[in-house]
Design a protein. Structure first.
Length: 463
């Protein structure tokens, strides 16, 4: 069982939010409950993704399964040991396995995941309170699609699962395409094809053309595409390994700085004086922020970078969508993640636009998520979403009364991995606004912002 810093309060708060969702909230909050989300999935007729939960703590497993079902997933089983996990994965063939690492029995979660991955193409996400170097090294060898450190929130869990499902779908399409190519060429028993020494098809006779359905130029493109895909996959693996290696190398000195600073505070407080203690605490706070940056680097992985690239290349599929409803859903997830916060959220009703629903959801998740984050230190936090007409076009906005920013730094806002000086005390990886901008660009629109330090910010976008 992974205990560490894991607290059941996350799931207790989660259940409290769902119980409270039956109460009538002010219309200006416009929150959508997870029950509504689940009902929408059922009404659509889609088969929910099947999640196998591996957790030896019975209460945690029960709460986790309940949370997953509220999010619209199916949980065919929960098991408590690595041996059971391997057996049930073989029997049930789930889409995703949520795997605790410290388990009773002969094999732990990492060894169980390794056995599952050797037998089946099933995505594994680790849920654990442990992030030490040795555990991370062993976990990475099993090629997981996610690694969440407890405590985590339901929205974080949902994002990890959706990324895993999306990645599996892409891999399935790639493998199917490769099998199709191989089969078509193997079936050309009576065909004649010749290759030059290099990776280039130099001749296809008429029978081969008819069987494969190719002209010579098409066969070349298909083969080169497969080679490019293989090269990209290899480069992605190298990038992930390099990122994890750098993160591990940085953690060692950081632990030394943090530990020595703590020792000085505990053992020599009387000799340091108020100013010395304050300085050491600032050192520890800076070390903590650096540790969070490293954790983000590890969690970021190649999937986040692929999301940035994918949004940049995705063609917008326009349809009439209800942005107000999407905003309600995003706010509902934010409330679930931090139910202790009291934030006044005003969402204009019936804001509609012709746009790609998935891309606009990404935009609102980032803009509303930032507004939620940067109002964290405000006593009476307020967030607004709405639209207005300007010069014959509709402009949408997200406004908050949070930390704000200096307009001199505005050019950094939408640059990947760039963070403003005023954002230093808040968590983040510098990718959210860059992804949002690319989603807006796919619609031929633009996004911009206005703000002032300690006076909030407003982000505008037009399509």
């Amino acid at each position: 069982m992974d205990t560490g810093h894991f607290s059941l309060k996350e799931f207790d708060r989660y259940d409290t939010v769902h119980r409270a969702s039956n109460l009538v909230r002010p219309l200006e909050d416009c929150a959508v409950s997870p029950v509504q989300s689940q009902a929408s999935v059922e009404a659509s007729g889609e088969t929910p993704a099947r999640i196998l939960v591996v957790e030896d703590e019975r209460i945690v497993a029960h709460d986790l399964a309940s949370a997953l079902r509220e999010l619209g997933y199916a949980v065919p089983a929960t098991v408590a040991t690595g041996e059971e996990a391997v057996e049930r994965a073989r029997e049930l063939q789930p889409d995703v396995v949520l795997m605790d690492i410290r388990l009773p029995g002969a094999i732990d979660g990492i060894r169980a995941a390794s056995s599952i991955r050797q037998e089946h193409d099933i995505a594994v996400i680790y849920l654990t309170a442990h992030s030490d170097d040795e555990t991370l090294r062993r976990a990475m060898q099993t090629e997981p699609v996610g690694y969440l450190v407890k405590p985590f929130s339901p929205p974080q869990l949902r994002c990890a699962i959706e990324i895993a499902l999306h990645r599996r779908e892409i891999n399935a399409r790639l493998h199917e395409r490769q099998r199709w190519l191989a089969t078509r060429m193997r079936c050309a028993d009576d065909a004649e094809a010749a290759e030059e020494a290099g990776p280039k098809v130099s001749y296809l006779n008429l029978v081969a053309e008819a069987l494969a359905g190719w002209r010579l130029g098409e066969s070349e493109r298909e083969k080169r595409m497969a080679e490019h895909i293989a090269d990209l996959e290899a480069a992605n693996r190298e990038l992930e390994n390099f990122t994890c290696s750098v993160a591990r190398d940085l953690r060692g000195p950081l632990r030394g700085i943090d530990g020595l600073s703590q020792s000085l505070i505990e053992d020599h407080a009387a000799n340091l004086g108020p100013q010395g203690l304050r300085t050491l605490r600032q050192v520890r706070e800076a070390a903590g922020r650096m540790r969070q940056v490293i954790d983000n680097l590890l969690v970021l992985s190649i999937d986040d970078l692929l999301l940035l690239s994918q949004v940049s290349k995705t063609e917008a599929r326009r349809d009439t969508i209800d942005l107000s409803r999407i905003a309600m859903g995003v706010v509902a997830q934010l409330r679930e993640s931090t139910p202790q916060r009291e934030v006044k959220v005003v969402i204009e009703r019936d804001v509609r636009v012709d746009a790609d629903a998935s891309l606009l959801r990404i935009v609102l998740e980032n803009l509303l998520g930032n507004a939620w984050k940067f109002t964290g230190e405000v006593e009476h936090a307020r967030i607004e979403f709405g639209a207005f007409d300007r010069d014959g076009s509709k402009v949408f906005f997200v406004r908050d009364n949070g930390a704000g920013f200096d307009m001199k730094e505005a050019e950094k806002l939408f640059v990947a991995f760039q963070r403003l000086d005023s954002a230093g005390q808040f968590e983040g990886n510098g990718l959210g606004l860059a992804i949002a901008q690319r989603a807006i660009n796919r619609h031929g629109g633009r996004i911009w912002a206005e703000g002032a330090p300690a006076r909030g910010a407003t982000f505008y976008f037009a399509l």
